[in-house]
Design a protein around this ligand. Structure first.
Ligand code: GLC
Length: 570
């Protein structure tokens, strides 16, 4: 596939006051360039089910995450994005929310969340929540009321339509998760629309009451100490009011449905009006909005920043995330494009919907070297990186081998062509003991076999591990103004094997050289035209085995899939 106990009012008021103060301090720039905190931050996505299980029920939880804040701080993480941990029937593992203002008991309580937020503050780790805007669970009280009668108070909170006169759904739109996007509800004799699962009815964002209720949800979490939201499936909020059929393409997809262009049910312009208004609410709380923006070209990505920079501060560049091959040319093109979009770039390699970067970029033989190479790329670019848990270990996909083992419903519908997303959601590998130290109970998904070697405890003891490479690189990124704020200057742009660039800041620069090929390479640089007549670079970090303390710019030798990062001064 391409793709929330009430607390005493007095306590709540106390939190309100405290966090409102925090909110305004967050709006202050953190440097002379006027950057905000999130522009200097490293974000880290946590899939709560799979991170750390404190109560040993086989499913991760908030107290588990809190217990690992020290690990995250030492790694160099400044913000964690939690995928949905709100009450949910878990059809889409939390992306089907039945109460936006609570924590699912399987993950803990609101008091646990408050502890996570306050300890996060002590560790310098901001909390980002996932805002599932497009749809709710079919168990959400709004939908339960909506489907109860055609005249119910919430009827118009969802998208209900009559079927065609001769029978069948209102039009040909397909769910991203397979088959018709319309489900007939016999009680009221109409169809409701769901871009995702049948159990995920789409909210009607044309109804101002929906917008008000959903915006209030964000205000509630901001008052609780949340630093921002990752907006789920933001492309899908609006549909064509005339329900025009989508154009059909030749062939069928993994679910056996006709291929089609989602012309009339995604990326409608109205979404930008909602984002501008949502941003105003965020700005009142000093919050950051991150977008799950599956754009097909840079023009579309540009629109998500807003014409006046008044929509998303951080739309993810998913085009970069989908290069899927070690191609310097392709990465150069993608970086230049996002650099030209005028906003602050956001780089992602992997997430809970995509096979792990370790597998997508690995060649099967040099996977660990390639994992460091890829870190050397997305953690040294100008912009904010969002890591995916376990990426720093070289965690691999562990796809189900039998249909009966599949948990993700799309894997059941699409088997064997679409195996679902279980493989990239397996438990975090903490050590080499049973269940990789994630839980004392059998985990909800099986641990990947690589946990014996690729785990936090073992990798911390190995100076050459992927984890230690990440730790050194993130420390460098936090210390070096050129890596944080420097402009991106591409070098040697015709080299088919080696991707090189400078991060130039005032009188200094960091040179990044990435051998994306399986053969030895020797590269030279003439940096005089970039304002650096230097002949040598002082090594900051490298995976080249000789580990030179400095490198001559007239010839840097790189073994297959190695990284060289050095400082050049005037
Ligand atoms: C987003 C989430 C994905 C979820 C879908 C529906 O794409 O990342 O995991 O299934 O939205 O909410």
């Amino acid at each position: 596939m391409s793709m929330l106990k009430k607390i005493a009012v007095s306590t709540l008021l106390g939190l309100n006051f405290g966090f409102a103060t925090l909110a305004f301090t967050q709006q202050k720039p953190v440097d002379a360039e006027g950057h905000q905190w999130w522009q200097h931050a490293v974000f880290y996505e946590i899939y709560p089910r799979s991170f750390a299980d404190s109560n040993n029920d086989g499913i991760g939880d908030l107290n588990g995450i809190t217990s690992k804040l020290g690990y995250l701080q030492d790694l160099g993480v400044d913000a964690i994005w939690l995928t949905p941990c709100f009450p949910s029937p878990q059809v889409d593992f939390g992306y089907d929310v039945s109460d936006y203002q609570n924590i699912d008991p399987m993950y803990g309580t609101l008091a646990d969340f408050d502890r996570l937020a306050s300890q996060g503050k002590q560790h310098g780790v901001h909390i980002i929540m996932d805002f599932v805007m497009n749809h709710t669970s079919d168990q959400h009280p709004w939908f339960v009321d909506s489907r109860s009668s055609r005249t119910s108070a919430h009827r118009d909170w969802y998208v209900w339509r009559d079927g065609l006169k001769n029978g069948g759904p209102p039009n040909n739109w397909e769910s991203l998760f397979g088959h018709s996007a319309w489900t007939f509800d016999p009680k009221t004799g109409q169809y409701y629309y769901h871009y995702f699962y049948v159990q995920q009815p789409d909210l009607n964002w044309r109804n101002p009451a929906v917008e008000k209720a959903m915006f209030d949800v964000t205000r509630w979490w901001y008052r609780r100490g949340v630093a921002g939201f990752r907006l789920d499936a933001v492309d899908t909020l609006f549909e064509d009011p005339d329900l025009r059929d989508n154009p059909i393409l030749p062939g069928t997809n993994a679910y056996g449905d006709p291929n089609m262009v989602n012309k009339y049910n995604i990326k409608l312009p109205e979404v930008h009006d909602v984002l501008r208004r949502l941003r105003k609410v965020a700005d009142e709380h000093g919050a950051v909005l991150i977008g799950e923006t599956y754009t097909s070209d840079i023009g579309e990505l540009k629109e998500y920043y807003g014409e006046h920079g008044d929509e998303l501060q951080m739309p993810m560049d998913m085009m970069f995330a989908q290069v899927n091959r070690l191609s310097p040319d392709e990465f150069r093109r993608q970086i230049a494009a996002v650099e030209g979009a005028g906003g602050w770039p956001v780089y992602v390699l992997g997430n809970h919907d995509r096979p792990r970067s370790y597998n997508r970029y690995g060649d099967g033989q040099h996977n660990d070297a390639i994992a460091k190479l890829m870190a050397g790329l997305y953690l040294t670019l100008r912009g904010t990186p969002i890591m995916y848990y376990g990426e720093e270990l070289g965690m691999e996909n562990n796809d189900p081998r039998r249909k009966e083992d599949v948990k993700d419903p799309i894997g059941k519908t699409g088997w064997p062509e679409e195996k679902g997303r279980d493989g990239e959601r397996t438990p975090m590998q903490w050590n080499d003991s049973a269940n990789a130290g994630f839980s004392q109970a059998t985990p909800w998904l099986p641990v990947a076999p690589s946990y014996k070697t690729h785990n936090v405890a073992s990798e911390l003891n190995d100076p050459n591990s992927i984890l230690n490479f990440y730790r050194h690189l993130l420390a460098l990124r936090h210390e070096d103004p050129a890596l944080r704020d420097g402009e991106y200057v591409p070098l040697n742009q015709t080299d088919p094997n080696v991707l090189s660039y400078l991060r130039r800041y005032k009188g200094e620069a960091v040179l990044v050289v990435l051998n994306m090929s399986g053969s030895d390479q020797k590269v030279s640089f003439d940096l005089a035209s970039q304002g650096f007549p230097a002949t040598k670079a002082a090594t900051l970090l490298t995976t080249v085995s000789a580990h030179p303390q400095e490198a001559s710019l007239s010839g840097i030798s790189l073994e297959p899939f190695t990284v060289y990062i050095g400082k050049v001064s005037k």
